[in-house]
Design a protein around this ligand. Sequence first.
Ligand SMILES: *Cc1c(COP(=O)(O)O)cnc(C)c1O
Length: 372
Amino acid sequence: MSDRPIFVTQPYLPPLEEFVPYLEKIWANKTLTNGGPMHQQLEKALCEYLGVEHIALFANGTLALVTALQALRITGEVITTPYSFVATAHSLLWNGIKPVFVDIDPNTLNLDPVKIEAAITPQTTAILPVHCYGHPCNVREIQRIADNYNLKVIYDAAHAFGVQDEGGSLLRHGDMSVLSFHATKVFNTFEGGAIVCPDAKTKQRIDQLKNFGFVDEITVVAPGINGKMSEINAAFGLLQLQHIEEVIASRRKIDLTYRELLKGVKGIRCVEDAGEVVANYSYFPILVEADYRLSRDELYQKLKDNNVFARRYFYPLISDFPMYRGMQSAQKDNLTVADQMAEKVLCLPIYPALSQVEQEKIIKIISDESGN
Ligand SMILES: *Cc1c(COP(=O)(O)O)cnc(C)c1O
């Protein structure tokens, strides 16, 4: 194929000349990191845009996850989903915490609350769910269980930038929510991340932990990490925020077109929303069912042969990686739904610069009855 390759995502980059004034400011005041003016402005701007009270910026989402667990002093066992990016469970291992995998709901692909209680032991201290593909977890039921058993809830909200339910920002739920601003995410700062938390005191502790545990010039209160976001990333985030509405609007259009044109394709199921009032269209997962004419892997390969690089997120399951697969909760019979979904899912390309012609090409490959 002579066409240029189409990847599952392509980072949004604003016009370069718009970034130059930000760089000039950084060069003029010579503050490169450590909570400088760009960092402060981005925290304020994100609180406004997202509709949250407190946010602490990080160098990436993984450090934010690790630090969120530290800030809440989580220990012992934490209930989490196997159907996510591997960083979700890795953040537990980095804290010496044992992940306990619980199966997912076949419609939302999020942690199934009905199965959480059976996994709680005296060692359980928290639940770490993921708003997978930006679709909200069953936050009410998760909070009810957490309240009953006195557990903390930390949402891995890496996919959920800007998502709202009927009460407002999805990020207001639980004790903390963690965002990623990695290049592949809806809102990117090249690399970056954040913790959203409900009160100023918690934010202060997070800010100390991400800066080696420093409280002031001569006082260190915890074995903190260096998790700070630099001024250049923060400045880029400020510029990205100027464009976020158009970015999400163009993703929405692509999402609607896929749904419309894949409707009649036998054996292809689009993942529906999960009660969000404002969505972010971060991914476009389809499920390749048994009555489709190809297997999921055959379709994946066929797209690839046509220069379309869809991705099998999240296959393999986290629980299948070597550092997890020996655990009791990682066994297949505990995770039957997640296991089935990981065998069916294919994430199709979705990003602002994906043209209509390119999208039609992808849909044609999927729906082409004659095969090729
Ligand atoms: C991207 C992602 C992360 C990690 O974020 P980084 O910024 O890449 O460190 C964590 N969890 C999920 C679900 C993600 O998709």
